[in-house]
Write a protein that binds this ligand. Sequence first.
Ligand code: 5GP
Length: 112
Amino acid sequence: MTIFEKIAAREIPASIVHEEVDFIAFHDISAQAPVHVLIVPKRCIPRIALAAADDAALLGRMLLAAREIAAKLGVLESGYRLVINNGRDAGESVPHLHIHLLAGRPLGWPPG
Ligand code: 5GP
């Protein structure tokens, strides 16, 4: 099991902010902004480049849930950034697809 599958199975603790039948969202353990949440499918898709056509609806619902999470955490109006790191050069460190939701401060662009 990946670390995120263990979080979804409640084998590892996490601060969960949103949950649906097939995905979960929780605060990142090493927050890079005042709000830093990971939105994660419960079933392991290793990275976005390995997602299949069958995953499209799930991925779309995860993107839409970001708006609900941003609203719940009070950053819908101030803004939020969604990031998916795919592969070594992008800084992917956990091989289980996740969308970062970052907010709560002005975020630089372009990213480092
Ligand atoms: P990546 O670098 O793969 O895009 O992002 C992985 C993220 O997972 C990092 O931001 C890292 O802090 C977070 N992370 C790694 N292990 C854990 C954990 O056990 N719990 C939580 N909540 N976040 C984790």
